[in-house]
Design a protein around this ligand. Structure first.
Ligand code: ACO
Length: 331
């Protein structure tokens, strides 16, 4: 039986560290407010002139090096982001050109916080169908240029950071290793609970001067609704995966949750009766990096020597859409 195995992993964050205190110089907020509400201590910002695909390029190079593969070995690229280089074409195409591998197919996944897991499910299906053997899957975000560092935008802007993570998925015949299970969900009735209205194509023209004046160029979030649904759905994902795969909680080495808010992940662990240590977190250092958060966390854990071959890992995410998704993999 063919399975997809993560043969290489890498990540990249821009060097500029922005602390909570740095943000409190731009708007009415405080280290205490951000830390207690979200667990975030600092995040990285890329600065002007950097593209989302530039961060992805560094992460992809690191993942390829870790897999002992060259860009020319790749058959396909899947690119997950909510902060694409441009409205179109897809950012995967920009990354492909930067990697110097013309002709291979590129697919952008626009599923925000669950983009990496949705991309993993798609890549896994391609590999199991025998369509491709080496797929680069990247989650990359450049949020910082699209956040409002004002009192009006502070509920959102303190939460997000820039970064990228990548894996190389390869076809393998090893029994019981790699991606074992994926589960994908969405509920579009909540599409506007976390969204950005600026690309409203129903308008003629779709962009106006008022777009800036009304603040619609910035992301809008109903934080409490997102929080409430995230806790319920992420706990459900864990229960479903365990039941479907007939796995006991103690056999899961780590849950790798999307890094939206430390309190969300703590509540999910609590609700499931899991020890908090089973849920890995690095939101303290990077904030919410949306599609990049899971591969960034996975790479951090890998580089810290926390992951051993054959460990069972459960990836879970919830975000804009609403969308929620999980993947069970054997490392
Ligand atoms: N600094 C200081 N005060 C702030 C800030 C800030 N950055 N932001 C909001 N406030 C104020 C509010 O204006 C409000 O003031 P008021 O009481 O005078 O009206 C007060 O703080 C409390 O605000 P709440 O919204 O009640 O704060 P809450 O405890 O709900 O926490 C938070 C807000 C952190 C946004 C929380 O709702 C949350 O984390 N929600 C989930 C967000 C999330 O996960 N988003 C991303 C998921 S999807 C994705 O990753 C794309």
């Amino acid at each position: 039986m063919t399975r997809s195995v993560i043969a290489g992993i890498g990540s990249y964050v821009p060097p500029q560290v922005v602390s909570n205190n740095d943000l409190s110089k731009l708007m009415t907020t405080s280290d205490e407010w951000i830390r207690t509400r979200s667990g975030i201590e600092e995040r990285r910002f890329a600065g002007e002139g950097v593209y989302c695909s530039d961060l992805a390029l560094e992460a992809a190079r690191n993942a390829l090096a870790n897999a002992h593969l060259e860009p020319s070995d790749l058959d396909f690229i899947i690119f997950a982001t909510l902060s694409p280089d441009h409205h179109f074409p897809g950012t995967g195409c920009f990354l492909q050109a930067k990697l110097g591998v013309p002709y291979i197919g590129c697919l952008d996944v626009r599923n925000q916080c669950t983009g990496f897991i949705y991309g993993l499910a798609v890549g896994d299906a391609f590999i199991r169908a025998g369509m491709y053997r080496h797929i680069l899957l990247v989650g990359s975000e450049l949020h910082s240029n699209a956040l409002s560092f004002t009192d009006e935008g502070r509920d959102v802007s303190v939460l997000f950071g820039d970064g990228a993570g990548a894996v190389v998925l390869v076809s393998s015949t090893e029994e019981d290793r790699g991606v074992l299970y994926t589960e994908l969900h969405a509920d579009g009735r909540f599409a506007k609970a976390l969204h950005m209205d600026v690309w409203n194509i129903s308008r003629k023209p779709y962009l106006t001067h008022e777009s800036i004046d009304t603040g619609e160029i910035w992301p809008q979030m109903d934080g409490k609704t997102v929080f409430k649904h995230a806790v319920i759905r992420m706990a459900e994902l864990v229960t479903n995966a365990l039941k479907h795969c007939e796995v006991q909680p103690e056999n899961i080495k780590y849950v790798i949750p999307h890094q939206a808010n430390m309190r969300i992940n703590q509540l999910v662990a609590e609700r499931l009766g899991f020890p908090q240590e089973k849920f890995l977190n690095n939101i303290q250092k990077y904030g919410n990096t949306t599609a990049a958060s899971i591969p960034l966390l996975l790479d951090d854990a890998y580089r810290a020597g926390k992951l051993q071959r054959n460990d069972l890992l459960l990836l879970i995410a919830f975000g804009s859409g609403f969308t929620w998704a999980s993947a069970l993999l054997r490392w």
